[in-house]
Design a protein. Structure first.
Length: 355
C-alpha cells in the first residue's frame, strides 16, 4: 500500500515487514520462527537454552517449514557460543542476535560470512559500543520488556538510541509493543521497526503449554508484571505469581529450600554434598552472606522457568514477561497478528496524513 513499512531493516534482513519476533528461551522454537517468517516478519530461534546438536536440528527444521530468512540468538557466555557461530555460518543463517557482544573477532567472522549482527542493547552507550564492535543493526529494549531488562522505558530510550547510532545503523524498538499503533509510534521516533517477545509468546504457534498461556492472558494488570532480582540476581521482568512472591520475600535459607525443592541443580553447580550445603546455608544466614544463596538460586533458574514454560505448571515456576502481557487479551496466529499490525499501522498513518 505505502512504502511506510519498507525500512532499512526490511532491506537488511530481507523480510517483508519491519516486525521482528525476538528470541525467547524455551519459546522461540522452529515452528514459531517459521510461522513468523511465513507471515512476512523475521524470527529469531532461541539458542541460549538448548544443546548445539539440537540447534542444528532446529535450523534445519525452520528451513523445512519456510523459505523466509530467519536468525539465531545466543550469548557470548554460553559454553557453546563458538559452535553456534559455526552452525550459523555453515547453514547460511541470515542474522544473529545477542545481548552481550561475542567479541570483535567473532563479530568479524560472522560479518565476513555475510551474517547480519543485531545485538539487543539497554542503554545508548551500549548501542554506541555495539556499533563500534561491528553491529549491523541494534534492537533497543526498554524496561517494560520481558526477560532480563533495564529500568528506562522504551519511550525515553528509543529516541536516545536513534540519536546516538541511527545515522549509522537501523534501530529497532523493543519492549511494550503489540500492535500497529506501537509500530507507527516507533517509526515516528525514528526507528526502523519493532521487535516483540511477549506478543509472539502469546500466539497460537508458540509452544508454551495452554495452561501457561492462559495464566499470561489472565493477568490484566501491567503493574503486576514486576522487575525482580530474586531469580538469578539480575533484574528480570516476570508476572508476580505466588511463586515469585515467595521468592521475593525469601531470605538465604528459604532460597536454598526453594532450590532444593526445585530439583537439586545446585549440586551439579557446587559439587557439594547435601549436608555440607545445608551447613553452609546455615552459616550463610548467620554471616549475612547472600551471594552464595543467590548463586545457588541462579543455578536453578532454568529449571524453575521450565516448570512454567515447558511443563505447563504456571504456579510452580516463574513467568518471564513484558508488561504488555497485561493488555493482551487473545491468542492470535502469527499470520493474523502480523496482518493486523500492518493494517493498523497503515490505516492510522493514512488518517494522520489526512488530518
Ligand atoms: C519468556 C521470555 C524469554 C526470553 N528469553 C530471552 C533469551 O533467551 N535471550 C534474549 O536475548 N532475550 C530474551 N527475552 C527478551 C526478548 O527477546 C525481548 O527482547 C523482549 O521480550 C521484548 O519485550 P516485550 O516482551 O515487551 O516484547 C525473553 C523474553 C521473554 C518474555
Amino acid at each position: 500500500m505505502s512504502t511506510l513499512l519498507d525500512t532499512r531493516i526490511t532491506e537488511l534482513l530481507g523480510c517483508k515487514y519491519p516486525i521482528i519476533q525476538t528470541a525467547m528461551g524455551w519459546v522461540a522454537d522452529p515452528k514459531l520462527v517459521a510461522a513468523t517468517g511465513n507471515a512476512g516478519g523475521f524470527g529469531f530461534l532461541a539458542g541460549a537454552t538448548i544443546p548445539p546438536e539440537q540447534m542444528e536440528a532446529n535450523i534445519l527444521e525452520v528451513k523445512s517449514l519456510t523459505d523466509a530468512n530467519f536468525g539465531v540468538n545466543f550469548h557470548m557466555y554460553q559454553p557453546n557460543a563458538a559452535e553456534i557461530i559455526d552452525l550459523v555460518i555453515k547453514h547460511g543463517v541470515k542474522a544473529v542476535s545477542y545481548s552481550r557482544s561475542p567479541g570483535k573477532e567473532m563479530v568479524a567472522r560472522l560479518k565476513e560470512a555475510g551474517v547480519v549482527c543485531m545485538p539487543t542493547v539497554g542503554l545508548p552507550k551500549h548501542a554506541i559500543k555495539a556499533v563500534e564492535m561491528g553491529a549491523d543493526a541494534v534492537a533497543v529494549q526498554g524496561g517494560e520488556g520481558g526477560g532480563h531488562t533495564g529500568a528506562i522505558p522504551t519511550t525515553l530510550l528509543l529516541p536516545q538510541v536513534v540519536d546516538a547510532v541511527g545515522d549509522k545503523v537501523p534501530v529497532l524498538g523493543a519492549g511494550g509493543f503489540k500492535d500497529g499503533r506501537g509500530l507507527l509510534a516507533a517509526l515516528a521516533y525514528g526507528a526502523d521497526g519493532i521487535a516483540m517477545g511477549t506478543r509472539f509468546l502469546l500466539t497460537k504457534e508458540s509452544p508454551v503449554p495452554e495452561a501457561t498461556k492462559q495464566r499470561y492472558l489472565a493477568c490484566k494488570d501491567p503493574g503486576a508484571i514486576i522487575r525482580s532480582e530474586a531469580l538469578d540476581g539480575l533484574p528480570q521482568r516476570m508476572i508476580l505469581n505466588d511463586f515469585l512472591s515467595e521468592l521475593e520475600k525469601a531470605g538465604p535459607l528459604k532460597k536454598l529450600i526453594i532450590a532444593l525443592r526445585n530439583g537439586l541443580a545446585f549440586r551439579k553447580f557446587t559439587g557439594a554434598s547435601m549436608t555440607s550445603l545445608l551447613r553452609s546455608a546455615l552459616a550463610m544466614t548467620s554471616s549475612g552472606d547472600i551471594t552464595k544463596s543467590q548463586a545457588i538460586m541462579a543455578a536453578n533458574a532454568p529449571m524453575i522457568i521450565q516448570k512454567a514454560m515447558v511443563d505447563g505448571r504456571p504456579d510452580e515456576g516463574v513467568l518471564p514477561s513484558g508488561q504488555v502481557a497485561g493488555v493482551i487479551d487473545e491468542l492470535l496466529s502469527c499470520e493474523d497478528l502480523i496482518r493486523s499490525i500492518v493494517d493498523e499501522a497503515e490505516s492510522r498513518f493514512a488518517k494522520m496524513g489526512n488530518a
